[in-house]
Design a protein around this ligand. Structure first.
Ligand SMILES: C[S@@+](CC[C@H](N)C(=O)[O-])C[C@H]1O[C@@H](n2cnc3c(N)ncnc32)[C@H](O)[C@@H]1O
Length: 205
């Protein structure tokens, strides 16, 4: 998918497209030295990473505080911060990433694109409660574990937005053994078997 196809799938401003272009250039430059994303998926960066992450923002664009856990090369957290720069300028995004080289990359992107975001180079388990209105994650851990992190880092009434692949029904079933929660599964635009799970009212069983 090219920038044009991304634009057809999602109505975003020229300013946002320019920031995504800058982000793509930084990803390509740094990916040569540190493995931020697989080189195969870099060929389809606009669909596999940008559009995939943008779906997460669209599920909670009214938030003011957002924590993305295990951001890696910045998915979905950096894309959320880029979309927010034009559409929700008051939103503050916290990116938690335990790998120091990736966290340095994320800090560079935040600085060069002037994003409303901060990076915490730490394991999410060690970070003091963030009291975020939204927490997100992609490819970090099974749902049951993610709910433990969400429970600790969400403000009262907050919600989680997780990108999940085809195994999501069994992950929900397993998580329900340990957690009570309300959820909705929204069909992914980028993965035919994947969903965006929006989850609220999380408490231990
Ligand atoms: C499979 S990658 C996914 C990265 C990104 N979310 C994506 O979808 O492209 C998982 C990332 O989480 C980070 N990570 C793993 N365990 C973590 C933890 N406990 N706290 C914070 N980051 C963690 C890893 O360093 C890695 O960058």
């Amino acid at each position: 998918m090219s920038q044009d196809a991304f634009r057809a799938a999602l109505d975003v401003s020229r300013e946002t497209l320019e920031r995504l272009d800058q982000y793509e250039a930084l990803l390509r430059k740094w990916n040569a030295a540190i493995n931020l994303v697989s080189s195969g998926s870099l060929k389809e960066v606009w669909s596999r990473h940008f559009l995939d992450s943008a779906q997460v923002f669209s599920k909670a664009s009214d938030a003011r505080t957002w924590a993305d856990m295990g951001s890696g090369g910045g998915f979905p957290g950096i894309v959320v911060a880029i979309l927010a720069a034009a559409e929700a300028p008051d939103l503050r995004v916290t990116l938690v990433e335990s790998d120091l080289r990736k966290a340095t990359f994320l800090t560079t992107v935040v600085r060069e694109l002037s994003l409303g975001a901060a990076v915490i180079p730490e394991r999410i388990e060690k970070v003091p409660p963030l009291a975020a209105q939204v927490v997100s994650a992609r490819a970090l851990a099974p749902l049951s574990q993610l709910l433990g992190h969400a429970d600790r880092h969400l403000a009262p009434g907050g919600r989680a937005v997780f990108l999940k692949g085809g195994s999501w029904p069994s992950e929900v079933e397993e998580a329900q053994k340990h957690w009570k929660f309300e959820f909705e599964a929204h069909k992914s635009k980028t993965d035919p078997s994947g969903v965006i799970l929006t989850i609220g009212a999380i408490s231990r069983v």
